[in-house]
Design a protein around this ligand. Structure first.
Ligand code: AKG
Length: 277
């Protein structure tokens, strides 16, 4: 990994924003050319699913997409983003989950039905007994289509909700959570969000297909949340990327890492010692 990435280290202002609100928006994380190249691969994958019978009016949830193209692999340790991820979570991290979502126009009229609000990680939210629950992981969402207006299948969030274990859902089944907002962003924007932030997908009532890539980073002792068949990529990856793709010397090393388990820590010790905690 090149030291130039350190210019993108998490700033104190960004840390405060993430800690206080549960999310962080990074505009122009991807150049227009980068967005176009990624979009081409997303479109190819969507078309393959359509050829296999996927309904073109339904959202496509496609997990485990890192092996599908080198451009997806390159975002695992993307220099503008990874320093902020380790700035928040520390160095004992890896990519535990990745999914692509394509949300085509539904062709339906807008409705106010309550969306699928949730915190990430399923049973973690029931079996963790603390209040608030611990952070454990975050996701980075790379928005490839234009979501600068609401109604385009936007990602919705409730800012500042990450420390709330429960939220009040409308009993009628209509309306959204109090304080909810659509995240309106341009193509190329990356949005970091704490897994505890209450969030949801929403229907696409526009005529623009929504395209997003989600990269989930968590501690190395968390299990993968999708098949993550990335082991064949280990050999051609540098040590830090290998760590992020789940490599380790043995099971104990996920809990009590040696230097070989966490080359990211070794790299930080050498190039950014103030960031090693
Ligand atoms: O598709 C979206 O906007 C939301 C995705 C989501 O809920 C998730 O990644 O947990």
């Amino acid at each position: 990994m090149d030291q130039t990435c350190l210019q993108y280290s998490l700033t104190e202002e960004e840390r405060k924003q993430f800690d206080e609100t549960g999310y962080l928006i990074l505009e122009n994380a991807l150049s227009p050319e980068h967005v176009s190249a990624l979009t081409k691969e997303v479109d190819r994958i969507f078309d393959e699913h359509v050829n296999d019978g996927h309904d073109t009016t339904k959202a496509l949830f496609h997990p485990n997409f890192i092996p599908d193209h080198p451009l997806f692999l390159d975002l695992v340790d993307y220099e503008k983003v990874l320093p902020k991820v380790w700035g928040i979570l520390g160095w004992n991290i890896y990519l535990y989950h990745a999914h692509m979502i394509v949300t085509p126009p539904t062709g339906q009229e807008p409705s106010d039905k309550t969306f699928g609000w949730h915190q990430d990680s399923g049973r973690m939210n029931i079996e963790m007994e603390t209040d608030p629950r611990p952070r454990m992981s975050l996701k980075v969402a790379y928005f490839l289509s234009d979501l600068s207006e609401a109604g385009r299948g936007n990602f919705w969030i409730v800012p500042n909700s990450h420390l709330k274990n429960t939220v009040q859902r409308p009993e009628s089944g209509f309306g959204q959570l109090e304080g909810a907002i659509p995240v309106c962003v341009k193509p190329g924007t990356a949005v970091f969000f704490d897994r505890r932030l209450w969030h949801t997908a929403s229907p696409n009532w526009s005529d623009i297909t929504r395209k997003v890539l989600f990269y989930g980073y968590g501690y190395r002792w968390i299990r993968t949340k999708d098949d993550m068949t990335v082991q064949s990529l280990w050999d051609k990856s540098d040590p830090i990327r290998r760590q992020l793709l789940g490599a380790g010397t043995n099971c104990n090393g996920y809990y009590t890492p040696t230097d070989q388990d966490v080359p990211l820590r070794e790299w930080l010790k050498e190039y950014a010692p103030s960031q090693v905690k």
